[in-house]
Design a protein around this ligand. Structure first.
Ligand code: MN
Length: 233
């Protein structure tokens, strides 16, 4: 049967050193995964090991990614767009109820991403007990650089994660300070949904989140991964 209209094309990310593209399915994000960032957001010290990680999502087509410097549009309906630099895990396999021992086998690649946030809308939603979607899941809210395959870079679990705006360091942390490690995150998420190849997981941001303005130039990095570059238009 024909479609009523042309079905949307699949969002993709390039893979460094490969001709193949990574087809993106869903985008999951972990909240408050670095204690220092959780504190700057007003959370009390979390009891990791007792409370499971919490997740929110962005639509797959909220992705803006690729090679070179990305031009990201300043979104409407906000006066407080925030940067959150995050390591992104890209799944090449899926599954439900995956054990932490098996979880890393689902991850095919990693990249450097930005979980862009309309902080004012998120704060309003929090205050009212409303969903975060419009604060977190807007167009071009999921920025991601080219992916690098696990077979080439392994599973990064320590080393610097940082972000500069106009050459000035705004965020700096260490992957080793992630409250929930990638294996924990994948395992926990696989109990909530059946994970699938193409799913991206943003693994949380270190402290130092702050506002962006049109014209800002961003550089971001995670130890062992190619840097991400973007500017706000
Ligand atoms: Mn985030």
């Amino acid at each position: 049967m024909p479609y009523l209209f042309e079905p949307p094309s699949c969002p993709t990310l390039p893979i460094l050193g490969r001709d193949a593209l990574f087809p993106v399915r869903r985008i999951f994000c972990v909240g408050r995964n670095y204690a220092e960032h959780a504190r700057e957001m007003g959370a009390h010290d979390q009891a990791n090991g007792l409370e499971p990680p919490f997740f929110f999502t962005k639509p797959g087509d909220a992705l803006i990614g690729g090679l070179g410097e990305l031009a990201v549009h300043y979104p409407p309906m906000t006066g407080n767009l925030h940067h959150e630099v995050e390591m992104v895990a890209a799944l090449g396999a899926g599954g439900a109820d995956v054990s932490t021992d098996q979880a890393l086998s689902l991850v095919a690649a990693y990249g450097v991403g930005l979980d862009l946030t309309r902080r004012d809308l998120q704060a309003q939603a929090k205050a009212k007990g409303h969903p975060w979607d419009m604060g977190k899941g807007f167009d071009q809210s999921a920025v991601c650089g080219a992916l690098q395959l696990v077979e080439e870079i392994g599973h990064p679990d320590h080393g610097e994660i940082w972000l500069k705006v106009n050459g000035e360091v705004r965020q700096r942390g260490d992957l080793g300070d992630m409250g929930w490690k990638v294996a924990d995150i994948v395992s926990n998420l696989s109990r909530l949904v059946c994970l699938a190849p193409g799913d991206l997981i943003y693994t949380g941001t270190p402290a130092g989140v702050g506002p962006l303005l049109r014209g800002d130039r961003l550089e971001a990095g995670v130890a062992g991964l190619a840097e991400l570059r973007a500017h706000i238009v």
